[in-house]
Design a protein around this ligand. Structure first.
Ligand SMILES: [Zn+2]
Length: 390
């Protein structure tokens, strides 16, 4: 029997939610600005590198660039610049050992950061997640009346769904109005009135009616619906992003039959685990938070799996801007999952063969089922390498 850490290090992961990376060389300030959810260190001093994620970067990323673990950050950034951004991205993304990447194109660090570019760097097939609000905002900026708005958005969504590689839609209601949304599908008069408000001052969609309606419109296409929950930058009010606030809406969406995937969830990840247990069509991840907590990643994963069935948990990095994020998430996730399962086997709480099977579900098979991706390892490039997590 192969030990679980080796087995899981060799499994190719489906990263079911991430973003592109920046193409230019980053100085210390630029790197720190992308490292955490803060815009940068405060004016009163202190470095964002002196944090759980900063320590994790210094532990796991320097070896990928041929440096010893724990290299000081300035020497690390000098090596990063010396290698060049393309090579750095390629090393981190290949090193993440990915079977596929699903890229949210509604929030890209720069126009070149396409799903295809990320997939090429990762040596894995790439897919696209369409952001509902971005699409609606594009329609709002075009000529059209409030009464035509819903039809125009539905038409644009249907076109997007037919584009090759589009596998899901996503809502960022959390960022705009929070998640305390009514459960019913809005009626057409309500939608026309809300569209009228948006068209009067076209900008960002930030309207309870429109966010709800967009989620139902996405579900009508039969595509899985990703919903941002919990942790994010300070554009959101975190106390309004508890996924439990979605309970009514999850009841409303359930009859559509589409998978609803709750993203990130921290610090409400236990709440999300509960929802994944009681709603047959609800899936969860702890992307973003998992690598931001560094060595605490195992605790987070264990807390999600207190209630969430193994068949309902997905892997994502939510990597954005820095390819270190995509890499670090993979390393810390593998360490967390193998630690948790190895402990269960050691305590005779789980058989080794079950642990191996459950790991396969979370590493990729759940995502393949949710998004209808081809079965099994898809990239000969990404598969055979084992990720160094020790
Ligand atoms: Zn994201």
């Amino acid at each position: 029997m192969e030990p679980l850490p080796e087995l899981i290090a060799a499994m190719a992961l489906v990263d079911h939610h991430c973003h592109g990376v920046v193409g230019g060389v980053l100085d210390r300030a630029g790197f720190e600005a992308l490292l955490t959810e803060a815009a940068g260190p405060g004016r009163l001093g202190g470095s964002l590198v002196d944090s759980a994620i900063g320590l994790a970067v210094r532990r796991w990323c320097p070896p990928v660039l041929d440096l010893p673990p724990h290299t000081p950050i300035d020497a690390y950034l000098a090596r990063r610049a010396e290698l060049g951004v393309a090579e750095v991205s390629r090393r981190f993304l290949r090193g993440a050992g990915l079977a596929a990447v699903l890229v949210d194109t509604g929030y890209a660090p720069e126009p070149d950061a396409t799903p295809a570019a990320l997939g090429e760097a990762a040596g894995a097939p790439s897919y696209e997640v369409v952001r509902l609000e971005t699409l609606a905002e594009q329609v709002a900026h075009e000529d059209g009346s409030a009464s035509d708005f819903a039809g125009a958005v539905q038409e644009r969504l249907a076109e997007a769904a037919k584009r090759p590689g589009v596998v899901a839609v996503k809502s960022i209601a959390a960022y705009r109005v929070g998640l305390d949304l009514a459960g019913e599908r809005p009626g057409s008069a309500e939608v026309v009135a809300a569209a009228g408000r948006l068209l009067a001052a076209p900008g960002r969609v930030a309207d309870q009616v429109l966010h709800r309606w967009l989620m139902f419109a996405g579900a009508d296409l039969g595509l899985p619906l990703q919903i941002h929950c919990g942790y994010g930058d300070r554009d959101l009010d975190l106390h309004r992003c508890d996924p439990l606030l979605l309970t009514g809406l999850l009841r409303g969406l359930e009859p559509t039959g589409v998978p609803v995937v709750l993203l990130h969830n921290y610090p409400y990840h236990r709440h999300a685990g509960y929802l994944a247990q009681v709603f047959g069509n609800v899936f969860v991840d702890i992307g973003l938070a998992l690598h931001h907590v560094g060595e605490r990643a195992g605790v987070l994963l264990a807390e999600v799996l207190e209630l969430a069935p193994f068949g309902k948990v997905l892997y994502s990095s939510d990597g954005y801007g820095l390819p270190e994020h995509h890499h670090l998430a993979s390393v810390l996730f593998r360490r967390a999952l193998s630690g948790l399962l190895a402990d269960a086997v050691a305590a005779d709480a789980c058989a080794h063969r079950d642990a191996a099977r459950l790991a396969g579900l979370i590493c990729g098979d759940n995502a393949r089922r949710v998004y209808g991706l081809p079965a099994g390892p898809e990239s000969p490039d990404a598969k055979p390498r084992s990720v160094n997590c020790r």
